[in-house]
Ligand binder design. Structure first.
Ligand SMILES: NC(=O)c1ccc[n+]([C@@H]2O[C@H](COP(=O)([O-])OP(=O)(O)OC[C@H]3O[C@@H](n4cnc5c(N)ncnc54)[C@H](O)[C@@H]3O)[C@@H](O)[C@H]2O)c1
Length: 359
């Protein structure tokens, strides 16, 4: 395994770059943060000062040409993910692109084609599979505890968590969707990961915007947030509900919201012929099975691993680039399956019918 120095550059100087990407990359001994770019140059300047990053740009193409980073992180509004990731790949950089990878399945597929043509790695920020409850449950999946998994349910409900109100987050042209794309992709990845990423066949879904248009259900995340007023643009969903079928006969129930009248919940359940599991966010796994004819519930003790799930995603990505065969990656096949399901849910929300998924 050849450990080399990786020079990493960041496109976008918003919340996720400041709180997750830069800290998680620079804690690794063989990574150096070399540049940050933001259309809001003052924001990039401030971040670079705080994080000790030598170069600042307002234009990502100029940064790619002048800095030639080994790794580029793309963390801008969703609309720009595809063109910026493609520019970075074509400039000879590996790419960690934020979720959602792209606004459509066709665009996401093209991104991986460009990655392959350039011989570069492309992955996406689906980090929730690295939480302790997810690792523990996946180990039980791999050990055969559940038997054949034929049903799953994945939920991320925020009671009041509309991000970046009035910013790009609530502008459909820039975001491509609301809760469905923003947190739906995480909820989906959790279920699909535990189900071993089966091939999807179809999805039926509905989306709603009941809180945002009234300036209600607001959360704190995101830059450029505006105070609610009559001119604030909000044309994305704040609730998405769906049902997905897979080629192996399994089904998935999916519910996400940025705002809803219920308690917060972030959980995934899987149901197999031998056992089931309720997997919470950070601290809870409950297992259900039958032992000697008796129904048994097993509450498990969580390990307390110090690194965050995002830190583990970044570390695995860098180890993958170093050629470590034990490194885990959100693979192209997995990323494309997740985007194909979101894409079908969006189509179904418009057509009012079940939509087929052709990979
Ligand atoms: N994986 C996760 O858990 C996670 C968490 C939060 C956000 N995200 C994703 O990260 C991305 C950024 O989110 P955020 O919360 O940091 O948003 P943010 O609004 O805080 O930051 C976005 C930044 O992009 C900049 N920007 C806009 N257009 C640009 C352009 N053309 N060139 C360069 N910079 C430009 C903005 O000025 C802003 O500073 C989004 O795609 C979001 O979905 C992922």
């Amino acid at each position: 395994m050849a450990e080399q120095l990786h020079r990493v550059a960041f496109i976008g100087a918003g919340g996720i770059v400041k709180y997750s990407h830069i800290p998680n990359f620079v804690r690794l001994p063989n990574v150096q943060a070399v540049a940050v770019c933001d259309i809001n140059e003052a924001r990039a300047q401030t971040l670079a000062g705080e994080m000790n990053i030598p170069a600042v740009y307002a234009d990502h193409k100029q940064m790619l040409t002048e800095v030639k980073p080994d790794i580029t992180v793309v963390a801008t509004p969703n609309l720009f993910h595809k063109p910026m990731a493609v520019d970075a790949l074509n400039a000879g950089s590996h790419v960690l692109c934020e979720k959602p990878l792209a606004l459509t399945y066709a665009d996401a597929k093209e991104m991986f084609t460009v990655a392959r043509q350039n011989g570069k790695a492309l992955t996406v920020g689906s980090h929730y599979r690295w939480t302790d409850p997810m690792r523990m449950t996946k180990a039980h999946v791999d050990a055969g505890f559940f038997g054949r998994i034929y049903a799953a349910r994945t939920v991320w409900h925020r009671r009041a968590g509309i991000p970046g109100y009035g910013s790009w987050f609530t502008n459909n042209d820039l975001a491509g969707g609301g809760a469905l794309l923003d947190i739906g992709i995480h909820a989906l990845d959790r279920a699909l990961f535990l189900m071993d990423y089966p091939q999807p066949v179809s999805a039926t879904g509905a989306t709603y915007a009941e809180f945002g248009p009234r300036g209600q259900g607001l959360g704190g995340w995101g830059s450029d947030i505006r105070k609610p007023d009559a001119t604030t643009r909000y044309d994305v969903d704040d609730l998405a509900w769906a049902f997905v079928r897979f080629a192996n006969g399994a089904v998935l129930q999916f519910q996400v919201s940025w705002a809803i009248h219920r308690a917060d919940e972030f959980s995934t359940e899987i149901f197999g012929v031998e056992g089931g599991a309720y997997v919470g966010d950070r601290d809870k796994v409950e297992l259900y099975t039958t032992l000697n004819g008796q129904q048994v519930n097993i509450a498990t003790e969580m390990p307390r691993t110090p690194a965050s799930s995002y830190a583990k995603l970044v570390e695995n990505f860098v180890r993958h680039l170093d050629g470590d065969p034990t490194a885990e990656l959100v693979t192209p096949e997995q990323a494309l399956i997740a985007v194909s399901i979101i894409d079908a849910i969006q189509r179904s929300a418009v057509s009012g019918r079940e939509e087929m998924i052709v990979l």
